[in-house]
Design a protein around this ligand. Structure first.
Ligand code: GUN
Length: 286
């Protein structure tokens, strides 16, 4: 029987753990606040931002909401980040992406203090992950690792194939799996013989952004499949980068869409905010 990896339940468990730690910090007089900045009113971004605010309320983190107009200049945004970097009561800063095209997102991310970079997107956080130094982990990749670990999937020595090489998911998840002593291959749009390559994977992570691209021909019997994609279907409902119905009998375990990787991102963001206050930037123990 194929196991369904229940990201919703695991995310709920993590949020409850964070909530307890936030309560304990509160008893020591330590409050946590996350600044959430949205520029413009992209509807998808508004949904994500609202979900982040709701999660903050649930775990007991104060959210400082900055909803800025589309015409906000880069200088204005950088000035706000500078102010928040210096604001002692603000522990984490999140700038919702994408930003309007007149703003250089790299400049903005680099302006966030690495001590408040709870998204883990700053070049210093990415570099720290790369060379095994303390730093915030990006939330979706950290969530994928947590899903595997909490589902009892052994990673060390396994063949992992990551399809997709984005800075937000593909590259950092490959680094995290490597840190766990897996043998990791990153595949992308120019990879030759993608099906054969994917069929070598004990653990297949798919973050390509193409609905239902991965069918059973890409899957090794019994493989663990992590689907990072999320797409709206024409007929309504959501689907991932993996054709769930097609692969589900062949794989050993799979994350559904919705309810797999998605809920983990916000849970790990809450955990990063909590870690920002504990001074550790991350607890990896691993
Ligand atoms: N846009 C889509 N995903 C994310 C995310 O994880 N963080 C931020 N800041 N923006 C996003």
């Amino acid at each position: 029987m194929t196991r369904i990896i229940d990201g919703k339940a695991i995310a709920a468990q993590i949020k409850d753990e964070v909530r307890q730690k936030v309560e304990a910090l509160g008893r020591e007089g330590k409050e946590i606040a996350l600044a959430v900045i949205q520029v413009g009113s992209d509807p998808a971004s508004s949904v994500y931002v609202n979900n982040k605010k709701k999660a903050c309320a649930y775990v007991g983190i104060r959210s400082l909401a900055y909803e800025l107009p589309e015409e906000t200049t880069e200088e204005e945004l950088l000035a706000l980040i500078d102010k928040l970097n210096k604001m002692e009561e603000c522990n984490g800063i999140l700038v919702q992406l994408p930003l309007p095209s007149h703003i250089n997102a790299d400049q903005v991310i680099d302006a966030i203090s690495p001590d408040k970079d709870v998204d883990g997107f700053h070049q210093s956080s990415v570099g720290a992950l790369c060379i095994g130094r303390p730093g915030f982990l990006p939330c979706t990749p950290a969530g994928i690792l947590e899903l595997l670990v909490r589902s009892g999937v052994e990673i060390a020595g396994k063949e992992c194939v990551v399809v997709g090489r984005s800075n937000i998911v593909g590259k950092p998840v490959a680094l995290l799996l490597l840190r766990e002593n897996a043998t990791v291959t990153i595949a992308h749009s120019r990879t030759k013989n993608l099906k054969e390559l994917c069929r070598r994977a004990d653990i297949l992570v798919v973050a390509v952004g193409k609905p239902k691209m991965i069918t059973k021909e890409y899957i090794r019997e019994g493989a663990i499949v992590i689907d990072v994609g999320i797409h709206r279907k024409e007929e309504g409902g959501l689907c991932g980068d993996v054709d769930f119905e097609d692969v589900k009998e062949k794989c050993g375990a799979i994350t559904p869409v919705p309810g797999g990787v998605g809920p983990m991102t916000i849970a790990m963001l809450m955990k990063n905010c909590m870690l920002a206050v504990c001074g550790g930037r991350r607890d990896d123990g691993r």
